[in-house]
Design a protein around this ligand. Structure first.
Ligand code: UTP
Length: 287
């Protein structure tokens, strides 16, 4: 069955970007020229996703507003002949069918995904964590959707991570099926490097089969009362098999200050209009 729906959980607190996130959604931080969540929605749409559900919470209404149309603004831009801006603004509100739902309490990523059951129904679906921004020729979620078509099993997007970074990620280990795919046998949350089953970090992109909803319901709250998505995926590993697919692309973790700065710099340097002046400015820093 073709993957047509995506879920973007965006109801977390964004503690690592405080104080910015005290009253602003971290998904609305600007990565060079657009809110981070727009980069993620565009990735899904470019991969052929038709319906997108964003899970939001209090203080996150600006996410919903961003994908709405603003007739007064469009009229003003048209009257002033600012056609480039008009086109950009209109494109955002035509990015696909956007749906929103509120998670009233931050009870964990698994709980947030569980809220998507009525939207997803009995179909495989994509999950994009909006902290991870992907820069790639072929949309990363599209690469995972292709792997799902081949294997018919849940797919986790992975990339090798530095040894010292292993303890920050969920790590997948298993039997190699091809140069890009492994059949997952174990998944360990934030292991010490010497105990990790591999160096393949699970990095914010998934295609899951709908059985995950059953397993989420069976999952007991863990640390901090949160329901972990990884616990439900572990059930899928044991009961139906799960694939980890090494995707091509550059991944930015914009949920922390350094990753956020690096993403901004890289995206700015890809824009020929500012690249020259920006590089010249960087040279004046005499680092
Ligand atoms: P994180 O664990 O990164 O939490 O959530 P966070 O709140 O976003 O950020 P920090 O760690 O406090 O800085 C992973 C993803 O799951 C979503 C988050 O919005 C993020 O996209 N999430 C997490 C929810 O939607 N609901 C939750 O209850 C927890």
């Amino acid at each position: 069955m073709k993957v047509k729906k995506a879920v973007i959980p965006a109801a977390g607190f964004g503690t690592r970007l405080l104080p910015y996130t005290k009253a602003q959604p971290k998904e609305m931080v600007c990565i060079y020229n657009k809110p981070s969540i727009q980069h993620v929605v565009e990735e899904a749409v470019n991969a052929g996703i038709e319906d997108i559900l964003i899970i939001i919470s209090r203080n996150k209404n600006s996410i919903e507003d961003h994908f709405d149309s603003v007739p007064e603004l469009e009229k003003a831009l048209k009257d002033k002949g600012k056609d480039d801006y008009l086109k950009e603004v209109q494109e955002i509100s035509n990015l696909g069918n956007m749906h929103f739902i509120r998670q009233k309490e931050a009870k964990g990523l698994g709980h947030a995904i569980g809220m998507a059951e009525a939207f997803v129904g009995d179909e495989p679906f994509a999950i994009l964590l909006p902290d991870d921004i992907m820069y790639s020729e072929v949309p990363v979620i599209g690469q995972l959707m292709k792997a799902y078509d081949e294997h018919g099993k849940s797919v986790l997007g992975v990339q090798p991570v530095e040894r010292e970074a292993i303890r920050k990620y969920g790590i997948a280990g298993g039997k190699s099926l091809s140069d890009k795919d492994i059949s997952v046998e174990v998944m360990v949350e934030k292991p010490e490097p010497e105990e990790a089953p591999s160096n393949l970090g699970i990095l914010g992109r998934y295609v899951l089969t709908p059985s995950v909803f059953k397993y989420i319901k069976e999952t007991k709250p863990g640390k901090g009362g949160e329901i972990q998505l990884t616990d439900a995926i572990e059930q899928q590993i044991h009961n139906e098999g799960v694939i980890a697919h090494s995707f091509d692309g550059i991944r930015y973790d914009i949920g922390n200050r350094l990753g956020y700065m690096i993403a901004n710099l890289d995206y700015a340097l890809r824009d020929e209009e500012v690249k020259g002046d920006l590089l010249e400015y960087i040279r004046t820093l005499n680092l």
